[in-house]
Design a protein around this ligand. Structure first.
Ligand SMILES: [Zn+2]
Length: 343
C-alpha cells in the first residue's frame, strides 16, 4: 500500500497511482483528524470520494503518530492526551474516538487503536503497552459501528518474542477479519525485524490477511512474505522520490549523480511505467537539479511501480513454486548489500 497520509499520495494523481498497479492505499487518521477533520471528509462523501480513489483503502488508528509525532502526550488507561501541532488545542484520543473517526472517514479496513512502545524500551514498559493494547482492542471492537469496514487487530510486544507470541495467540482468538504486526520499523536493526516477523506471523490465522505495518523495502518484504505476510505499507517509494532517489532493480540511485547528466536511457528498460516509457535519466536528472515538481511526480510513479512489480514477481514465483530459489538473494539475511537503509 502506497501511503496517502493526507488523503493523497504525494505528487501523483489517483489515475497515475492506479497505473502503477497499486491496489490499495493507506491514509492516516491522526493527520486527517487534525486537517481537514473527519466531518469535512464525510461531507465530501467519505474518504474514497473525497480523494477520488475508488479502490480499497485502509486507515491507521492514529496511535503510531500520537506516540511518535506529538509533543506533551500523556498516556492513561482511558487513552492518550496530546497537544495539536496545528493550534495547540488539547486532544484526547481513545480507542472509542479512534474507531469513531475511522467509521466517519469510511475506509474499507480500519485499525485498532494500540500503544506502540518505542525502541529501545524495557521489558516492563513493553509488557504494559502490550497488555493495554489488548484491553484497547476489546474497546475498539465494542465501539465499531460499521459492518462494511473490516477492523484489524494489532500485535505489539516490542522485540520480546515471547510477548509477541502470546499477544498473537490472544488476538487470534477474537476472530477478526485481519491482523497486523505493529511496533516494528521504529528504529530497531533489520535482523530484529526479521526475528519478530518470523516468530509472530505464523501464529496469526492462515486464512486472514496479515499486515506488517510500516515496512516495505525489497528485502524486508521478501523475508516477511516468506513468513506469511500479505500486506505492507511504506512511505519510502514516494519519500525517496522527493529526495531525488530512484529505486531501480533493488538498488537506490541518486539521480542527481553526475553520471546521469548525459545518460539518455530510461531508468529501467524493463519497467512499463510512464516515466520509463517516456523519459531519460538525463531528463530526470535535469528536473531534480532544478527542483521541478514534475521530477518528484515522475520518480514517485516509477518507485511505486518498481515496488509493486517486486511483489507481483514474488506472487508469481509463489504460484510457480520457485519463490525460495528465485528470491534466494533477497531471503539471505547475511547479504548486507541488499539491505537498503530506510533513512
Ligand atoms: Zn519505471
Amino acid at each position: 500500500m502506497p501511503v496517502g497520509t493526507l488523503a493523497n499520495v504525494k505528487t501523483i494523481t489517483p489515475a497515475q497511482l492506479k497505473d502503477t498497479g497499486a491496489q490499495m492505499v493507506l491514509s492516516n487518521t491522526y493527520h486527517l483528524h487534525l486537517q481537514p477533520g473527519e466531518a469535512i471528509v464525510a461531507g465530501g462523501g467519505g474518504l474514497h470520494k473525497f480523494m477520488g480513489w475508488n479502490g480499497p483503502m485502509l486507515t491507521d488508528s492514529g496511535g503510531f503518530q500520537v506516540f511518535s509525532l506529538s509533543e506533551m502526550r500523556k498516556i492513561t488507561e482511558e487513552g492518550v492526551t496530546f497537544r495539536s501541532p496545528h493550534d495547540g488545542q488539547i486532544i484526547n484520543l481513545t480507542p472509542e474516538k479512534s474507531i469513531e473517526i475511522q467509521n466517519i472517514l469510511g475506509a474499507d479496513v480500519i485499525m485498532a487503536f494500540d500503544e506502540c512502545p518505542p525502541y529501545p524500551a524495557t521489558r516492563e514498559e513493553v509488557e504494559t503497552a502490550t497488555a493495554r493494547t489488548y484491553r484497547w482492542l476489546e474497546r475498539c471492537i465494542a465501539a465499531h459501528q460499521r459492518t462494511d469496514q473490516a477492523l484489524f487487530g494489532i500485535v505489539q510486544g516490542g522485540v520480546y518474542l515471547d510477548m509477541r507470541s502470546s499477544a498473537a495467540s490472544s488476538l487470534a482468538a477474537f476472530d477478526l477479519p485481519g491482523y497486523a504486526i505493529g511496533g516494528v520499523s521504529v528504529g530497531e536493526p533489520p535482523e530484529l525485524i526479521h526475528q519478530i516477523v518470523e516468530a509472530t506471523a505464523p501464529l496469526l490465522p492462515y486464512h486472514k490477511p496479515r499486515y506488517l505495518m510500516g515496512v516495505g523495502t525489497y528485502q524486508e518484504m521478501a523475508i516477511a512474505i516468506a513468513s506469511g505476510i500479505d500486506l505492507f505499507d511504506c512511505v519510502i517509494p514516494t519519500r525517496w522520490a522527493r529526495h531525488g532517489t530512484a529505486m531501480v532493480q533493488g538498488e537506490r540511485w541518486n539521480i542527481k549523480n553526475a553520471k546521469f547528466r548525459e545518460d539518455f536511457t530510461p531508468l529501467d528498460e524493463t519497467c512499463p511505467c510512464y516515466t520509463c516509457q517516456n523519459f531519460s535519466r538525463a531528463y530526470l536528472s535535469h528536473l531534480v537539479r532544478c527542483q521541478e515538481i514534475l521530477a518528484y511526480t515522475l520518480l514517485s510513479i516509477h518507485n511505486i511501480t518498481e515496488l509493486i512489480r517486486f511483489t507481483q514477481k514474488i506472487r508469481q514465483s509463489i504460484i510457480n513454486g520457485t519463490f525460495a530459489t528465485d528470491f534466494a538473494i533477497w531471503l539471505d539475511t547475511s547479504n548486507e548489500s541488499k539491505v537498503l537503509s530506510a533513512e
